[in-house]
Design a protein around this ligand. Structure first.
Ligand SMILES: C[S@@+](CC[C@H](N)C(=O)[O-])C[C@H]1O[C@@H](n2cnc3c(N)ncnc32)[C@H](O)[C@@H]1O
Length: 214
């Protein structure tokens, strides 16, 4: 399945297509000096925007499974004037959202746009988000869910998973997996219904905060 994902996104890395299914940057409450993680950063546009917002004392890190996406994002950063002259710090890392290569409590905020539907174990991804967030840190995630479970003919098709389709699960199961990972209060910031290949889909933008442990 991950092979198909990387084949698709290697092709997309040099295309001009829009790969986002929501918008999360406008919901971020970024302050100078913060550290931000962008999961499944793709070509890195939102990671670089986040780096500009947190300024020279902050850092934005983009992580993606697909090597060609990381190369494209690094190239874009290298041509961004503020990054070149040290007004913004950005780094790109190849990795898997189910096993993040970062220490516990590293980030003030995690963003992700249309990525987690690709993961087999959504709860594991949210456990990893929980682990790398500082206390009171938060995530803003946009992702694709369904109204009803998809049939086995779709969920067993690796190409459907690569197409932001086969890995989508019902909205309630998706929200339950986030809550089970340790985020008690979820806020739905945006919800849009659409039909994909004949199935009812919902694009959600969600905010969750890591609670303060007393
Ligand atoms: C639909 S694109 C979204 C890219 C970007 N967030 C945007 O909004 O333009 C999905 C991205 O997630 C990445 N991806 C898929 N599965 C992943 C995984 N398990 N770990 C890390 N990245 C993954 C893909 O390589 C691809 O770049």
């Amino acid at each position: 399945m991950k092979d198909q994902i990387q084949i698709r996104y290697t092709k997309e890395s040099t295309a001009g297509s829009n790969l986002s299914c929501g918008g999360n940057l406008s919901y971020l409450d970024l302050a100078p000096g913060q550290t931000i993680l962008d999961l499944g950063c793709g070509r890195g546009r939102e990671t670089i925007e986040a780096a500009l917002a947190v300024g020279p004392d902050g850092l934005a890190v983009g992580l993606d499974l697909t090597a060609a996406m990381i190369e494209k994002a690094e190239l874009t950063a290298a041509y961004t004037a503020e990054v070149q002259n040290g007004q913004a710090h950005v780094a790109f890392v190849q990795g898997d959202i189910e096993a993040l290569p970062f220490a516990d409590e590293t980030f003030d905020a995690v963003i992700s746009n249309c990525v987690i539907n690709h993961a087999r174990n959504k709860q594991q991804v949210y456990r990893e988000i929980y682990r790398v967030l500082k206390c009171r840190g938060y995530f803003i995630v946009s992702d694709a869910c369904t109204r009803e479970p998809l049939p086995e003919s779709v969920t067993s098709d690796p190409q459907a998973w690569a197409d932001c389709f086969g890995g989508a699960i019902p909205r309630e199961s998706y929200l339950d997996s986030i809550a089970a990972a340790g985020f008690p209060d979820l806020e739905i910031l945006k919800s849009r219904e659409y039909v994909k290949n004949g199935y009812d889909f919902i694009s959600l933008t969600i905010r969750g905060t890591k609670p303060q442990i007393l």
